[in-house]
Design a protein around this ligand. Structure first.
Ligand code: FE
Ligand code: FE
Length: 283
């Protein structure tokens, strides 16, 4: 993991992200500027994230006994984190948080809950600051306990060293699951999505179900963008899918936006935090 020094100057007039067209995002080929770092993170993830591994991480982190901190404190802390799985972003994560939220605010001025979702969706990445390697914090997620497919980034072949693909209990299309069991029952590869979902749920935050879904599955690209794994979904999952896709536009394409000014934006977003997930949360 690369820890950068906190970035004190985020003057919006100072720096602009290079212009990028929409097709240029999520380029996982060798043309990508950060290919080596991205590939390494996914190779380790796909070799090491087994069903048992993901279940254990969920139980450990799900206890929420690591810290008591406010949303803004955590946002501040992930300022020093750069996501090593992301072929598009080389800015601290708190910048990405404000970019996503601001793009949503522009398109959905009436939906405060959605704007807040943009701000907090990646806060689960705090696990990397607390010592988890990035391959079990960031990146696209996939269902464990069943066979991987080619809709997962770098394909099935990237799982050759994962012991689960040799295990007949886990290496079939459905594996340990029943057809259309619902994503709630699926043990996803461990990462910041599921962790943040559990933090919000465990602290009785009042964000609507759509927001909880967006946070929990925003990195499940093989599903929401790849249109794969519908055999694990129930009706509710499919009803929520358009919301996850709506969110994805802002999460992905805001990465080319100009740098926001967190100091100027903080009072507005603090108001939303106070409304939906106030005070110190258990992490
Ligand atoms: Fe994310
Ligand atoms: Fe994000």
């Amino acid at each position: 993991m690369r820890i950068l020094q906190p970035v004190p100057i985020l003057d919006p007039s100072d720096k602009f992200r290079p212009e990028k067209s929409e097709e240029q995002f999520r380029d996982f080929t060798e043309n990508c500027e950060y290919y080596d770092r991205v590939r390494k993170t996914y190779d380790k993830m796909h070799s090491s994230q087994t069903y048992e591994f993901a279940k254990n991480k969920m139980e450990t982190w799900g206890q929420l006994n690591k810290a008591e901190m406010t949303i803004m404190e955590v946002l501040d802390m992930i300022n020093s984190l750069v996501d090593e799985s992301d072929p598009d972003v080389d800015v601290p994560n708190s910048v990405h948080a404000f970019q996503t939220a601001e793009r949503i605010r522009e398109a959905h001025p009436d939906k405060e809950w959605l704007q807040l979702t943009g701000l907090i969706h990646d806060l689960g990445k705090i696990m990397a600051i607390w010592g988890e390697p990035q391959w079990c914090v960031v990146g696209d997620t996939f269902p464990t306990g069943c066979a991987p497919t080619d809709s997962i980034v770098f394909g099935k072949e990237s799982f050759v060293n994962n012991p689960d693909v040799m295990n007949p209990a886990y290496n079939t299309r459905l594996g340990v699951y029943e057809e259309n069991c619902g994503l709630d029952k699926v043990i996803m590869s461990w990462g910041h999505d599921e962790y943040m979902y559990r933090v919000l749920k465990g602290n009785n935050c009042t964000l609507p179900e759509e927001a909880m879904y967006m946070i929990r599955f925003h990195s499940f690209y093989p599903w929401h963008t790849g249109k794969d794994f519908n055999y694990l979904c129930n009706e509710k999952d499919m009803k929520m899918l358009p919301w996850v896709l709506e969110f994805n536009k802002f999460d992905l394409y805001s990465k080319a936006d100009e740098l926001p000014d967190p100091v100027a934006l903080t009072p507005y977003y603090q108001g939303l935090i106070d409304k939906y997930c106030p005070g110190k949360l258990k992490w």
